[in-house]
Write a protein that binds this ligand. Structure first.
Ligand SMILES: Nc1ncnc2c1ncn2[C@@H]1O[C@H](COP(=O)(O)OP(=O)(O)OP(=O)(O)O)[C@@H](O)[C@H]1O
Ligand SMILES: [Mg+2]
Length: 270
């Protein structure tokens, strides 16, 4: 996150020609996604279009069958979610990976014990300081949830907020949010929008998946549409015609953009 190391490439993430099958199902075929430094890139697409699969390849939860991933211009093989975190990538998954029988504070620190420190010291980080750090984090984010509450007793929306807050604990470069607002009220979703803006102000680059197109248009700098595992183009202006997004979602790449491999998003340069 140092401002100094920001000039290597325009794109903090380049995923190129990513393909992934699950048995007979082609979840992704030759999909390219490029995330510009410090932008909010939304991923839109119908159910089953491949959005979660694509971001899971970046989050280390899925290994693509083929394709390359570059971070800061350097090719990487992301082995696991922990590996992704180590590279500065934090994710809130659609299928919330949250442990119901633990407290909010324990969830925020879950799986992070060995990641944060250079030695074993943090492995024995005492409960008191984790609890205090979790409390500060939620307070900073203006999230009104008790750190000692059992997650199983929280509402779906509160869980989503906790899950989003977790991503910010490690000062990430890249945050991926897969349907972060699906269980949230209008106010909750607005809160997350503020959080997204706050993250962007801190220099974080963000990938946002949402079915709510009006939300996506408010939050994102660019919108990439997926259609049946293929890219249906990237839309540059945030005020883009809603109909245009919808027609890409249900019909794929428009006729006039075909024949360019469907990956012409960066023809218009950054
Ligand atoms: N682990 C899996 N095993 C088998 N098939 C899978 C698996 N994960 C995803 N798929 C299939 O891959 C395709 C893409 O799924 P994916 O979850 O990426 O879609 P999505 O765009 O995130 O959809 P939604 O908007 O409903 O979340 C779907 O056909 C889905 O059934
Ligand atoms: Mg999904």
């Amino acid at each position: 996150m140092e401002p100094g190391d920001r000039q290597t490439t325009d794109h903090i993430v380049e995923m190129e020609n990513i393909s992934k099958r699950f048995g007979e199902v082609v979840a992704l075929e030759d999909v390219t996604l490029r995330l510009r430094r410090n932008e909010v890139l939304a991923l839109a697409g119908d159910n089953g279009a491949g959005k979660s699969t694509l971001i899971k390849c970046l989050a280390g939860a899925i290994r693509p069958d083929s394709g390359t991933i570059r971070i800061e211009g350097e090719e990487v093989h992301i082995e696991s979610p922990r590996d992704a975190k180590r590279r500065g990538i934090e994710t809130t998954f659609q299928d919330l990976a949250i442990a119901g029988n633990l407290t909010v504070a324990q969830n925020i620190f879950l799986g992070r014990e060995q990641v944060t420190g250079p030695d074993s010291l943090l492995g024995i980080l005492d409960k008191g300081s984790m609890r205090e750090r979790a409390r500060e984090l939620l307070e900073d984010l203006n999230i009104d949830v008790d750190v000692d509450a059992k997650v199983s007793n929280l509402s779906g929306g509160e869980r989503q907020l906790v899950s989003i807050s977790r991503t910010l604990l490690s000062d990430p470069d890249i945050v991926i949010m897969d349907e972060p607002t699906s269980a949230l009220s209008v106010e909750g979703a607005d809160r997350v929008l503020e959080l997204i803006n706050q993250m962007q102000d801190q220099g974080i680059s963000i990938i946002l998946i949402s079915h709510n197109l009006d939300y996506v248009r408010r939050a994102a700098d660019r919108i990439q549409v997926l259609y049946h595992g293929h890219s249906a183009g990237v839309i540059d202006e945030t005020n883009v015609d809603r109909e245009d997004i919808v027609s890409r979602m249900i019909g794929g790449l428009p006729e006039e953009e075909r024949g360019e491999g469907g990956q012409s998003e960066d023809a218009v340069s950054a």
